[in-house]
Write a protein that binds this ligand. Sequence first.
Ligand SMILES: Cc1ncc(COP(=O)(O)O)c(C=O)c1O
Length: 396
Amino acid sequence: MTRTDHRADRIAGIGTSIFTEITALAVKHEAVNLGQGFPDFPAPDFVKQAAARHIRDDHNQYAASAGVPRLRAALAEDWRRLCPGARAVDPTTEITVGSGATEMLHDAVLATVNPGDEVIVFEPAYDAYGPDVAMAGGVVRTVPLEPPDWRFDPDRLAAAFGPRARALILNTPHNPTGKVFSRAELEVIADLCRRRDVLVISDEVYGEILFDGAAHVPIATLPEMADRTITIGSMGKTFSVTGWKVGWTIASPALTAAVRAVHQFVTFTNSAPFQEALADVLPAAADNGYYGQLRADYARRRELLARVLRGAGLEPLPIGGAYFLLTDVGQLGYANDADFCRRLVTEIGVAAIPTSVFYEHPEAAPAVARFCFAKRDETILAAAPRLAALRASLNV
Ligand SMILES: Cc1ncc(COP(=O)(O)O)c(C=O)c1O
């Protein structure tokens, strides 16, 4: 008997990510790439030197599956810096290191979601959440964040907590909107999770990239949330080394044991020298003013991109964190952001991401494009004449 389709049901509906598609178009059309969210400027010297040192010192064999102990100790210490006064984290039983936030999200979902369980996700949502839930056999329940300030309606959130609600995936600061959830909003979420016995998987990879005094509050630090939260971090965004792929979870010993059960058979461990490097980088960054510099630097890049977008007739929406600016493409007469972004990359030579791809039903999403400003000044400025040409061609 010949089998006609060897593919598993669990991957039905998982297509090529928009980042792959837009990046391929950007390369083909030699576009200025403001699409995918990674820095095109050099990583900091003290970060690169730490990695070089550990490769030279021969930290080149398998690291401990849960993460090198020195790094877990440094992450526990860093948690104290991030949330002074919060409960201390035990590096032996409450921290697991893996291959970027991407793996840790996957591990966290597989470790906690049973087939048929519902997982509440705010949308627009980072593109990994849906496939992670689907691969666990779970079902996503979306709750909209409404532009321009991306607030959610507490009644709609409460209504999403059905009898099968198992987990809620939170992302703050939020990709793609740049929203930083306020403490009051987190309290609404935490209250529902406590009352309905729902777990929070909190993706906080942009926790250090904040603007205009916005404060990042890890939901795990709210009362009685530490035991029902898996907090996910990554060094990729914070230290401008997205290719290093070092991420981690912080969770109670019981949840950590569950995450480790998956992690040991997904990747078992990840790069030893980069983990060792991060163990040096975290205390150094806390001492050398790195975080303040990072924010000042991104505030400047954000202003530069905002000026370029305004010059093209695209007023950006306000943000509190992360490194993206969003604009309503209706301002240029487009009703559909995917059409806009395709035309932009193929004819104008600038790559951006249509945020409708971050929705379960893209056809009903607002027409908003996302531009990344984790770029050199030259890259951002190179987009200016091209975007101005778009505006001129539209006569708006
Ligand atoms: C919200 C969010 N979560 C997770 C990730 C993945 O992080 P990592 O590169 O550490 O796997 C990204 C990367 O863009 C992201 O934007």
